[in-house]
Design a protein around this ligand. Structure first.
Ligand SMILES: Cc1cc2nc3c(=O)[nH]c(=O)nc-3n(C[C@H](O)[C@H](O)[C@H](O)COP(=O)(O)OP(=O)(O)OC[C@H]3O[C@@H](n4cnc5c(N)ncnc54)[C@H](O)[C@@H]3O)c2cc1C
Length: 397
């Protein structure tokens, strides 16, 4: 067998899985279809400093574009809440540079990386040898990790559940210069007319630059263009701005997959649905769970047993550590986006008036939001807020 493990897809989840496997001295190949790692990018680049710390990652200065202290959340009426949690709560990173820095680390660890190499098929065998076919060669390994992102073509071909159409939201984003914003604050704009099912965002990059984007159930690019010109706050912020570049992508707003391993196979990152449904952020949670995949594969290779029975330890560990959090975030996102604009206004105003923001400021965690959501639900003042908001649930959902 040429390799002990082959990882298909060099996004953060694939790279971190491969790095973990190589750390134990295993022979691992990482295949990426594009010529350059990290390109094309589509990410807003917002990563919590605590999440990077949990991943033991310290990106160099050239990867970090800005640091932010908190977020302002705007309701359709113009009311907003401000959640500030400290000067270096989150980093804004350049995903092209971040991914290629991760790949350099992986390579230093012994991962063999081949770019310009699209995997066109994975052939699954229970007997212990998996085959990966690219356009120019056929390779064999004990374990194959599918880290193809949101696309799920290869994972579907070997029997993993796909990400449902309802959970995949089209997104579009511009990088602009000459914007008039607070440089250390992310802004999120909610509203059923503005961005049904999700929200629009402004992520500051420093020096009057920003990523401004929108994801929604449909026509996200058109909705974004309209917001740039007509939204009362966004258009004001961007009055003198100039577009530098535009990029499209798909945000996942769903639940993690119930099955993420099979005989000789595992799926990681977006492919496995490891994304926070509240924000679509998947780099940190995808990375944390990818490392669990890597650790489990190392155990399987050491014990010379790569069956589903062995690899399902990856499923069990992710479920016990993260699924409750991810599912709570999913339900909270569902509840929030099922409100009409009046309902959103009412929740934002009441959260301010009832003092619920203090709980978020005190207990909030950018990555694992389930805990604070459960705390909020248990608070009697939230019951009042919920009772008022329930009148505004959209009956057509
Ligand atoms: C508009 C937008 C904004 C976002 N903002 C944030 C944010 O601020 N913070 C955050 O944490 N997350 C954000 N996300 C989500 C984040 O980008 C993803 O969760 C993350 O990139 C998932 O990493 P991954 O490694 O699973 O997949 P990806 O990063 O998508 O990597 C998959 C890789 O696999 C390669 N590949 C696919 N198929 C094949 C094949 N057949 N053969 C070889 N290679 C293949 C692809 O080229 C790609 O390089 C955003 C997403 C979008 C769309």
């Amino acid at each position: 067998m040429e390799y002990e493990a082959i990882v298909t897809g060099a996004g953060p989840a694939g790279i971190l899985t491969a790095t973990k496997i190589a750390e134990e001295g295993h022979n691992v190949l990482l295949l990426e279809e594009h010529k350059r790692i990290g390109e094309p990018d589509h990410c807003a680049g917002l990563l919590s400093s605590s999440g990077l710390g949990s991943l033991k990652l310290k990106p160099p200065d050239e990867v970090i574009q800005n640091t932010v202290a908190g977020a302002r959340i705007h309701a359709p009426s113009g009311h907003s809440i401000f959640i500030e949690r400290g000067r270096r709560e989150a980093f804004v990173i350049d995903r092209r540079k971040f991914d290629s820095w991760l790949a350099e680390r992986a390579s230093d660890q012994g991962v063999k990386i081949v770019t310009n190499s699209k995997v066109i098929a994975v052939t699954h065998s229970k007997k212990g040898a998996q085959t990966v076919k690219t356009s120019h060669e056929s390779l064999q390994s004990r374990v194959v990790v599918i880290a193809e992102g949101v696309r799920s073509v290869l994972s579907k071909s070997v029997g993993f559940p796909t990400i449902s159409k309802r959970s995949r939201l089209p997104a579009y984003q511009y990088e602009l210069k000459g914007v008039d914003i607070e440089e250390d604050l992310v802004e999120m704009f909610y509203g059923r007319r503005l961005a049904p099912g999700f929200f629009a965002w402004i992520v500051p990059l420093g020096e009057g630059r920003a990523r401004v984007g929108l994801a929604s159930r449909s026509r996200s690019k058109i909705r974004l263009e309209s917001a740039l010109h007509h939204h009362p706050i966004i258009s004001k912020r961007l009055k003198n701005a100039e577009k530098v570049r535009g990029m499209g992508g798909t945000v996942i707003v769903g639940q993690p997959k119930t099955k993420i391993s099979a005989d000789g196979l595992a799926i990681v990152g977006d492919t496995a649905g490891m994304v926070k449904a509240t924000t679509g952020g998947g780099v940190i949670i995808g990375g944390l769970t990818a490392r669990i995949a890597g650790e489990t594969i190392n155990e399987a290779l050491q014990e010379d047993e790569t069956s589903r029975k062995m690899l399902s330890r990856y499923d069990k560990r992710c479920k016990s550590m993260y699924y409750r959090e991810l599912q709570t975030m999913y339900l909270a996102q569902k509840a929030f986006t099922s409100l009409t604009d009046k309902g959103l206004d009412s929740v934002v105003q009441d959260a301010n008036d009832l003092g619920l923001l203090n709980i978020i400021r005190r207990e909030g965690d950018m990555d694992l939001q389930g805990q604070v959501i459960r705390k909020l639900i248990a608070n009697p003042r939230t019951f009042l807020l919920g009772l008022k908001a329930v009148r505004y649930i959209n009956p057509f959902l």
